[in-house]
Design a protein around this ligand. Structure first.
Ligand SMILES: C[S@@+](CC[C@H](N)C(=O)[O-])C[C@H]1O[C@@H](n2cnc3c(N)ncnc32)[C@H](O)[C@@H]1O
Length: 268
């Protein structure tokens, strides 16, 4: 247990959830994760900024879903370590009756989320793997909290680039989409190599060697993940700027854009 009451276990290998936590300035990480993050930053100096704009988009997306889209239940797969701007905190700020199920395959991230949520009856955290969507959908904590016959906000934020093509991410998304009623929403972000310098590809290769598969995808490939969805304006865009583009305030210039696509689709 760390000083702030969270789970800490000794780990020899760097891990996705903890590297991301470190890049966001969190405290739930170990020396191996910080070393890996330092190497990734050396390869691609904007990686920390990318983690932050990704997290900021997650907040924008949840505010949009809980606000104008009227969504009251969220299924957040690949939710990561609890940190600033957790989905339930953002959602409750807009809709105090919102419910959130967090899912991650990292037991430490799940244990820390469960500690944070101990006194939050409208949110649960479970260990689950996106490779097996049916187990997530049938998990008693998920079915006990979410009514899957009613629209759900499905969040797959910064997780799909950890899936190689042979894991068939489009089928996994399809299985989730098919299980949710029309009027549900799919939110995702995804790293890309589109128009990028070698640094991004180098970081992806390094990530791959250090932790897990890492697959950059083009905009066309990311758009395929939104099959059977109507894209919400401004469509799939590079971050930062989804919310600005939506309001057509266009404060992010093309030089500000990072190689992360983001989009929200309404499931038909
Ligand atoms: C980069 S973090 C993103 C966290 C959060 N979604 C966000 O965008 O702020 C990716 C998370 O996906 C989780 N993850 C990776 N592969 C997974 C899988 N197969 N099933 C469930 N979670 C997975 C990692 O453990 C990590 O916590």
């Amino acid at each position: 247990m760390t000083a702030d009451g969270f789970e800490s276990t000794g780990h020899d290998d760097p891990n996705i959830a903890r590297i991301y936590d470190y890049l966001l300035g969190g405290a739930h990480n170990f020396a191996v994760d910080r070393d890996a993050a330092a190497k990734l930053t050396q390869a691609w100096p904007q990686i920390q900024q990318a983690a932050r704009v990704n997290r900021a988009f997650l907040g924008e997306a949840v505010r949009y879903l809980a606000g104008p889209a009227g969504i009251r239940q969220f299924l957040d797969i690949g939710s990561g370590m609890p940190t600033m701007g957790n989905v339930h905190e953002v959602a409750y700020g807009v809709a105090p009756d919102a419910r959130v199920a967090y899912v991650d395959n990292d037991p430490v991230a799940v244990a820390n989320s469960q500690i944070l949520l101990a006194r939050t009856p409208a949110a649960v955290a479970i260990e689950g793997d996106l490779h097996r969507p049916e187990e997530i959908l049938q998990h008693p904590d998920v079915t006990g909290l979410l009514d899957l016959s009613q629209p759900v906000g499905l969040l797959l934020v910064a997780i799909l680039h950890f899936f190689d093509d042979d894991a068939h991410p489009e089928r996994l998304i399809g299985a989730l989409r098919d299980a949710l009623p029309a009027g549900s929403y799919l939110v995702l972000t995804h790293a890309t190599g589109d128009g990028q310098a070698e640094a991004v590809t180098d970081a992806a290769t390094l990530y791959r060697r250090t932790t897990a598969p890492f697959r950059l995808r083009s905009r066309t490939e990311v758009l395929r993940f939104f099959d059977d969805c109507d894209l919400i304006e401004p469509g799939v865009v590079l971050l930062p700027g989804w919310a600005d583009d939506r309001q057509q305030s266009r404060t992010a210039t093309s030089e500000d854009r990072l190689p992360i696509y983001a989009g929200i689709g309404r499931i038909r």
